[in-house]
Design a protein around this ligand. Sequence first.
Ligand SMILES: Cc1cc2nc3c(=O)[nH]c(=O)nc-3n(C[C@H](O)[C@H](O)[C@H](O)COP(=O)(O)OP(=O)(O)OC[C@H]3O[C@@H](n4cnc5c(N)ncnc54)[C@H](O)[C@@H]3O)c2cc1C
Length: 427
Amino acid sequence: MANTPYPQSYYAASANAVAPRPVLQGEVETDVCVIGAGYTGLSSALFLLENGFRVTVLEAAKVGFGASGRNGGQIVNSYSRDIDVIERSVGPQQAQLLGQMAFEGGRIIRERVAKYQIQCDLKDGGVFAALNSKHMGHLESQKRLWERYGHTQLELLDERRIREVVACDNYVGGLLDMSGGHIHPLNLALGEAAAVESLGGTIYEQSAAVRIERGANPVVHTAEGRVRAKFIIVAGNAYLGNLVPELAAKSMPCGTQVITTAPLGDDVAKTLLPQDYCVEDCNYLLDYYRLTSDKRLIFGGGVVYGARDPANIEAIIRPKMLKAFPQLKDVKIDYAWTGNFLLTLSRLPQVGRLGDNIYYSQGCSGHGVTYTHLAGKVLAEALRGQAERFDAFAGLPHYPFPGGQMLRTPFAALGAWYYGLRDKFGM
Ligand SMILES: Cc1cc2nc3c(=O)[nH]c(=O)nc-3n(C[C@H](O)[C@H](O)[C@H](O)COP(=O)(O)OP(=O)(O)OC[C@H]3O[C@@H](n4cnc5c(N)ncnc54)[C@H](O)[C@@H]3O)c2cc1C
């Protein structure tokens, strides 16, 4: 029997205690079978249960095993490509609908945390940091764009003001979003899983879906059992493999790496990030960081196309951290890990139906903490027969990566190398 543990990470080491969940054995019947217990699956399950559906969640490893339990913990609004890009690629009505939803995911997280009393160190405030005047110009237009869609908790930071929120000399300014913020991501997932169970949902761990029998009454098979359901939600994201071959051609798993320092102590932590906001810079290959509740610095960055695990994560990420904070040169790194997100060519989520009873949402391409929570709501609406918002996402165009399965990784890496050069020279 499979027994896949969490990868060694700061989050796994500081996770709230939870009993292991059962492996699916034999047959169960339900309204909705959700494949994957990350934020997409758990958010879908919660909204469905709140609306009277019976829900069974199948998780290949453990709740939050994927990106949801390993990410930077940054609550970032909007999508991996912003609403202006969406406005240029779809009609005005669809763009308007997607723009209106761009700030909903963060609200859903806060509602969930409050309603189900989830202990996940939620903090308000996220900063986008500009490394040059081009970035600053971009942030100014981002603020105007977001305000056009009703988002008002934004403040532009000049060179003096950004020094007050982050002790890094590399920035020329930034944008503070008080509806951004940060969380302990694995504890958020664990809290949401407990909420699912409190509403009567069932979660099976170590129970990978290995085959979907499609048709009017679909069945999801695992190694030792099966789930008969009216609907299936596919929420396996970068860890799905080839379970649904139609989805694999238009998305690509990519790795990104995170390190965590030893505890810095209150005084040092306060000098780095006095208001405890999280920060991400504006590069294409961006760095992101924040403090934990026990005053460590979590620092992430770097992308490995095709999701191979790099041999020495600390060697890749520590120099990035020291570029931002040279004062940490003697600080020990206690944890280093990698995790996979799912990239699409447009960097917008890949959403849709297969037949009339299999639904999917995946591929939010880097920024997914807020979108995945929204996705759960939108998927649940669609299953209730209100699909207008779901269809706004499902109508986003997606194209296969150039080079097919064989060459998509080197092509994407080449593209990233080009953008990395542009970042380096501030272009
Ligand atoms: C290192 C890292 C840092 C990141 N930092 C941030 C950040 O700071 N802010 C932000 O907004 N976004 C961030 N992201 C992206 C964000 O974490 C993801 O977009 C989001 O968590 C995806 O959630 P998900 O539920 O769709 O997928 P996942 O969380 O990956 O969950 C998918 C789950 O499905 C399970 N599964 C897969 N196949 C099967 C199967 N056949 N049967 C059963 N179960 C299956 C997997 O085991 C997994 O648990 C980061 C991602 C990574 C990897």
